[in-house]
Design a protein around this ligand. Structure first.
Ligand code: HEC
Ligand SMILES: [Cu+2]
Length: 316
């Protein structure tokens, strides 16, 4: 094999080229500013060194046009860079409607992923080419960091909350997943393999493997097992909100706040029910903290999400 030299890792996600150009632009701009300052500094030091015969009469007292120029031009340039960076940053966290959620639970010292149909994998992650992926991630123990240099994606994975990141794989192949959390050496050994496949091959892969219930079906079983249904089923005689189609719905809270129900909201509702009490209901829901594991909470959330559609996985 011929040794190859690359300044940057492969650009295997749709946003990688843009992020590379941004980094390059920032580097060139800062480099140019540093160069100008340095050249002027050295030039003036030589020219006006002690004992030089440079003309020191007619020292200008004011140079308003120059001062305005050196303030306004860099300001505009850097504000431009800021806007560019801000737009790309927002894109990393805004999932388009057709984004495919993939759930990750990090633990000492391993990455575990689950796809919506229930296919699970450890230390690996299979993804389809060309489809926006929204990673929904949490940790079972300490902070980890999901880092895929080839996608230009790095996101902290934090116990007690969900973090997410969006990217679109743009090249088939295998890529390295790292844990970039730097506390203790063992994070460095949390290596994973990301396999980007053609959509048809991915669909086949997704359907193969040991048969297990999909996440939503597993979530439904848990929803019954933990007694959520006893209060939340429409037929129940406890006064509790109907969870059907909750994700994405505007929720009015008893303290007057209003928010859109997303995954972190549902997770908090299960673990810290008193934090966001729904308007019109008594705060009687017990906390399930310490009773339901992260993977099971993700499954229950998937059940609630699916319940908005008609193909309810009930009983399956
Ligand atoms: C004892 C009855 C009871 C049980 C058991 C119960 N809940 Fe609740 N739940 C409530 C009530 C009452 C509310 C509304 C008041 C509040 O927000 O705390 C609620 C609120 C919620 C909300 C917010 C709903 C909204 O419209 O914003 C979610 C999500 C939720 N529960 C999920 C669950 C899940 C999942 C379980 C099982 C792990 C569960 N609940 C078990 C009574 C219960
Ligand atoms: Cu780690």
């Amino acid at each position: 094999m011929r040794p190859e030299f690359h300044l940057l890792p492969a650009d295997a996600a749709a946003s990688a080229t843009r992020l590379d150009s941004l980094a390059l632009c920032l580097l060139l701009l800062c480099g140019a500013v540093a160069l100008v300052l340095f050249v002027l500094m050295v030039g003036f030091s030589i020219r006006y060194r002690a004992g030089s015969s440079a003309d020191r009469t007619h020292v200008p007292k004011k140079g308003l046009p120059v001062e305005i120029a050196w303030t306004v031009i860099p300001l505009l340039l850097f504000l431009g860079i800021y806007a560019w960076g801000a737009i790309d940053y927002v894109k990393l966290y805004q999932a388009p409607g057709n984004a495919m959620p993939v759930f990750v639970v990090a633990k000492q010292w391993m990455w575990e992923a689950e796809h919506r149909n229930g296919r699970r994998e450890k230390g690996q992650l299979h993804l389809p080419l060309g489809r926006p992926i929204r990673m929904v991630m949490t940790s079972q123990d300490v902070i980890h960091s999901f880092f895929v240099p080839d996608f230009r994606v790095k996101q902290d994975v934090v116990p007690g909350r969900y973090t997410s990141i969006v990217f679109t794989p743009s090249r088939t192949g295998e890529y390295r997943l790292y844990c970039a959390e730097y506390c203790g050496t063992e994070h460095a050994m949390m290596l994973g393999r990301i396999v980007v496949m053609q959509p048809a091959a991915f669909a086949q892969w997704l359907d193969a493997g040991p048969r297990q219930p999909g996440m939503a079906a597993r979530g439904y079983a848990l929803y019954r097992r933990y007694g959520c249904s006893g209060c939340h089923d429409p037929g129940s005689n406890v006064h509790a909100p109907d969870l059907t189609g909750l994700l994405g719905r505007r929720v009015h809270l008893a303290d007057g706040r209003e928010l859109t129900a997303d995954e972190p909201y549902v997770r908090d509702s299960i673990l810290v029910p008193t934090k966001d009490v729904v308007a019109g209901y008594a705060p009687i829901m017990p906390s399930f903290a310490g009773q339901i594991g992260e993977e099971d909470i993700l499954a229950i959330i998937e059940y609630i999400r699916e319940s908005a559609h008609d193909e309810l996985p009930r009983g399956r």
